[in-house]
Design a protein around this ligand. Structure first.
Ligand SMILES: Cc1ncc(COP(=O)(O)O)c(C=O)c1O
Ligand SMILES: N[C@@H](CCCC[NH3+])C(=O)O
Length: 432
């Protein structure tokens, strides 16, 4: 292997794993492990892949903050002209702190609170993707109380099978997301009648880690049918948000390239007479997933009766995808030259957390000894952003590499930080 899966910016040179021009072992030495390392060139190349397919067309890219919400990464996408897709007040403030244009933020999610609605209206977000009638009524009331109108798209559940892991499928009838396709027209009539609501567009999202184009086209067709029906009633829709998370290569997946996928989507839109509309995309994983790795140190090798364990210092709290979805992440050595006398062995790579579900990779053939470093690959999306302090473990540090340079973009938490957050709390109050 000369590059990591899906990540040409992580490559071996003279047997050492580099990110761009920086050897990863130098970063592990400088910052300790576990350490998330991102490549700026990889972020740029992933975004360019989208832009290549939409050149000259009205398509705006709204980076889904949930995939990786580090401020430096948000700042990069803001500087490159992206809008943002957010799902909480926290993500809103992070995007704004990174320089986002509020008008280019779309606010998704089935459970927006009134506080979040108020904050988003005060900050001037571009669109609320509303997911239920109850939410529509609440948003209407909150907007009226502020004397404004809330810009709204209805998120329609197209009932399309994205053929992905059931936990990350979002566009099936059985999922909690969106308004059922056959109730959407009535919902638009209602939205158009509410004084605190300004109807702007239509939205759908069908799932994440999608590796074929067909579900996007099915969802688009269903959405365009609705656009026709809604506009026939005099309700204009100025944008069409085609959400659905394009997959990345973790192992041997071969998802379409972002540009090719969007070329297909636009060709279908053209064929149906909607090519001149403003389209939106909400990619997360495909912009950041293969732009990062998690570097971890081998703490102990533990031969077992049935399995051999390679115990590393990263765990399910740092990188929860394997434990949550049995997801595969390639695991690669930082040095391809094993120390003299080290035999290859098949290991389960596991973390220190007290759960048998705390594994990062199963049955991996590795030549390792205690103290070696490994890279858990494709760790740029839904790793640090889903990290927790479980087992009171401090969160890892994050570094961004740009050519020969690197910067620490999030410092490692310390054990003391974990205690500090609750200092002075915990004295019971009474009602007397
Ligand atoms: C509404 C919405 N937008 C955007 C995304 C980002 O998806 P992905 O990271 O797969 O590109 C998701 C996640 O599935 C989502 O639910
Ligand atoms: N957290 C999921 C993706 C969720 C997408 C958000 N709707 C993953 O790691 O694959």
């Amino acid at each position: 292997m000369s590059t990591l899966p899906g990540s040409p910016f992580f490559h071996y040179q003279d047997g050492q794993l580099f990110v761009e021009s920086v050897p990863l072992h130098s970063l592990a030495q400088a910052y300790g492990t576990p350490l998330f390392v991102y490549s700026k060139a990889a972020l740029g190349s992933a975004l360019d892949a989208y832009l290549a397919g939409v050149q000259g067309r009205q398509v705006s890219i709204h980076y889904a903050v949930k995939a990786n919400s580090n401020l430096a990464i948000l700042r990069y996408f803001a500087q490159r002209g992206c809008g943002f897709d957010i799902v909480s007040g926290g993500e809103l403030l992070r995007a704004l702190a990174a320089g986002a244009d509020a008008a280019r933020i779309v606010f998704s999610g089935v459970g927006k609170t009134q506080d979040e609605m108020r904050l988003a209206l005060q900050k001037g977000v571009g669109c609320f993707n509303v997911e239920s009638l109850a939410e529509l009524h609440t948003l209407n009331a909150v907007a009226q109380s502020l004397g404004v109108q809330a810009p709204v798209s209805l998120r329609v559940n197209p009932d399309v099978d994205a053929q992905t892991h059931p936990y990350i499928s979002t566009g099936l009838k059985s999922n909690k997301f969106g308004i059922a396709h056959d109730q959407a027209l009535a919902a638009y009539r209602l939205a158009a009648s509410l004084p605190g609501i300004a109807v702007k567009g239509i939205d759908c999202h069908i799932g994440s880690q999608i590796t074929t184009g067909a579900p996007y086209l099915d969802a688009l067709d269903r959405l365009l049918d609705l656009v026709t029906a809604v506009e026939a009633e005099g309700i204009a829709l100025s944008h069409i948000d085609c959400g659905g998370g394009l997959g990345i290569q973790y192992q041997d997946e071969q998802p379409p390239r972002a540009g090719d996928l969007w070329a297909q989507i636009l060709t279908r839109a053209d064929a149906r007479g909607f090519g001149q509309r403003h389209f939106m995309a909400e990619p997360g994983r495909s912009l950041v997933g293969n732009a990062g790795v998690c570097v971890t140190e081998v703490l102990y090798l533990k031969p077992g009766e049935e399995r051999h364990f390679c115990i590393v210092d990263a765990a399910m709290n740092d990188l929860p995808r394997p434990a949550l979805y049995e997801a595969y992440h390639a695991i690669a050595p930082l040095s391809q030259t094993p120390a003299a006398g080290v035999q290859g062995q098949v290991y389960d790579v596991v973390g220190p957390v007290c759960e048998s579900g705390d594994w990062l990779g199963r049955e991996r053939h590795l030549h390792v000894r205690q103290g070696d470093w490994l890279a858990v690959c494709s760790a740029g999306a839904y790793c640090m952003s889903m990290a927790s302090n479980y087992n009171s473990r401090p969160r890892a540090a994050e570094v961004l590499v740009d050519g020969e340079r690197h910067e620490l973009i999030r410092a490692r938490e310390t054990f003391a930080d974990l205690v500090q957050a609750e200092a002075g709390q915990g004295s019971f109050s009474t009602n007397q």
